[in-house]
Design a protein around this ligand. Structure first.
Ligand code: SF4
Length: 168
């Protein structure tokens, strides 16, 4: 019988201590970097860096344009990064045999239903998921996806891990 490998979980790289945020900072979260790591193989991913944005970088935002949500540069809405995000996410989803995703809250890339959505006039019109998250959900509907804010204790980690294992 082959020895099964720990499940592969992609994690927003800033949560693992990589200084990849737009402002050059990280969002290191010990519970994820150390406790989750005991149970899963962690794969750091920063979609904004992967599509070629530097650190530090201009802020980007989700913008509602008719029926679609686009990712535009905040200081220059002519710069539309949506297709770069979807192309990267498609490749990423095909490349890795992921069992789960742990994502940073409120990010235009990694947020899950808690990222501010703007109108073309710059008003906040609601909340939506970041583009990496929404595209991953479409491509891999069975993937167990959780936000960092939902992992507050060892018990939260244990139930996330067991929901992953129950789908394997
Ligand atoms: S939230 Fe996502 S896109 Fe933003 S810095 Fe962290 S990993 Fe990168």
């Amino acid at each position: 019988m082959s020895h099964s490998k720990p499940p592969l979980v992609a994690v927003s790289a800033c949560l693992l201590g990589q200084k990849v945020r737009y402002d050059g900072k990280d969002k290191y979260t010990q519970l994820i970097a150390e406790e989750l790591k005991k149970h899963c193989q962690l794969l750091a991913v920063c979609p904004e860096v992967e599509i070629g944005l530097g650190v530090p970088r201009a802020k980007i935002q989700l913008t509602q344009i008719e029926q679609t949500i686009r990712v535009l540069r905040k200081d220059d809405p002519q710069i539309d990064l949506t297709d770069l995000f979807t192309d990267f996410t498609f490749k990423f989803a095909c490349q890795h045999n992921l069992a789960g995703l742990v994502l940073q809250d409120r990010s235009p890339s990694c947020g899950m239903e808690n990222t501010q959505l703007y109108s073309q006039h710059g008003d906040i019109v609601g909340l939506a998921s970041g583009l990496f998250t929404s595209t991953m959900r479409e491509l891999k509907p069975d993937l167990v996806i959780i936000q960092a804010s939902q992992l507050q204790s060892k018990q939260d980690i244990a139930s996330f891990v067991s929901s992953i294992l129950s789908k394997q």
